[in-house]
Design a protein around this ligand. Structure first.
Ligand code: ISE
Length: 324
């Protein structure tokens, strides 16, 4: 039976998730969308039902699973409503706007004893990261000692603050580094440029690995995400994010994508397919509610020391057994 999925929010990411469910995913179909903007909702629905009330979509008996792509501040309330309705949910990152709300989601799932939440940290489905993690697990470069991450955007709006670069962008590296290394972060320190852009974040893990992440929101030349994992017996890094190399005017070049949607198009599709497959088989996949909570908690703790530049020891409440 095809899974009836509903998408809440039809902005850039919601429209892409709706398109995937309409056109590219097997085992599921787009049953409904929800957005306050009727024109945008109709464009994404293309014949599926349209709701203006997100809780109405979640509680509808015509909807079996939910994708949340509404504004960040609404994620927690909607994820909690999905848990209350017993429906699997794929929520865009972040899981919640605050760590306290993220913990509420973890506690709700833990008391239900069932994992219903997947957080859309789509980089876990990107071929480069997947191969890098497999190489680490196979011991190809020996024990990891360093991970260097680069995260550059073309430009950010005037109102985009250093704190937002942490909660909106750095969160990807927090999640993917924990996943790549299979480690937990224990401390962090940030050095910020003027107005918080660029920033350099140095973190350490419980295995002593050092993780550096450059977040540069106004890098101009293109959207550029890169990772290099350094081990005791070698290093492994991402190749250029392109299928074609152009030879012209005595030079070889490739193009950078303008933003994350084309860069991670395959990852978004593979994530959606893996989520649908997991829901169909009663399992779970991708970043859990616990991963989402830890990431939001680390981001929040880092934001607290942005101005001082102090190194901070990171701490979390105990992890419920559900996530072992
Ligand atoms: C954006 O919100 C995303 O989630 C992108 O994946 C990230 O690369 C970008 O920096 C964020 O602003």
């Amino acid at each position: 039976m095809s899974l009836a999925a509903g998408v809440i929010g039809t902005g850039v990411m919601g429209a892409e998730h709706a398109r995937l469910l309409r056109e590219e995913i097997s085992g599921a179909h787009l049953a409904a969308v929800c957005d306050a903007d009727a024109g945008r909702a109709d464009a994404a629905a293309q014949g599926a039902a349209v709701f203006t009330d997100a809780l109405g979509l979640i509680r509808s008996d015509k909807i079996e699973a939910v994708v949340i792509a509404s504004p960040d501040a609404t994620h927690a309330e909607l994820a909690l409503a999905c848990i209350a309705a017993g429906k699997p949910v794929l929520s865009e990152k972040p899981i919640a706007a605050t760590a306290a709300e993220g913990l509420q989601i973890v506690e709700a799932e833990a008391s239900l004893g069932l994992r219903l939440v997947t957080v859309g940290f789509m980089r876990r489905f990107d071929a480069g990261y997947v191969e890098m993690r497999a190489a680490r697990i196979a011991g190809q470069i020996g024990a990891p000692v360093l991970l260097h991450n680069i995260h550059r955007n073309v430009s950010a709006p005037e109102w985009f603050t250093g704190a937002m670069a942490v909660t909106n962008s750095l969160v990807h590296e927090i999640d993917i580094s924990r996943w790549l290394l299979g480690s937990e972060f224990t401390s962090a320190q940030v050095t910020s440029g003027p107005g918080g852009d660029p920033m350099m974040v140095t973190m350490q893990t419980d295995k002593g690995e050092i993780v550096s992440t450059e977040v540069y929101m106004n890098a101009v030349y293109g959207y550029h995400v890169h990772a290099q994992l350094v081990g005791r017996q070698g290093s492994i890094e991402m190749a250029a994010p392109a299928r074609l190399l152009v030879n012209q005017a005595a030079a070889q070049s490739f193009s950078f994508p303008p933003n994350w949607v084309p860069r991670f198009a395959d990852a978004y599709r593979l994530q959606m397919q893996a989520w649908v497959n997991a829901v169909q088989s009663g399992g779970s996949v991708g970043a859990s509610a616990w991963d989402g909570f830890v990431t939001t908690s680390i981001a929040e703790q880092i934001v607290g020391v942005l101005a001082s530049g102090d190194r901070i020891g990171l701490s979390f409440p105990p992890r419920p057994e559900l996530y072992d």
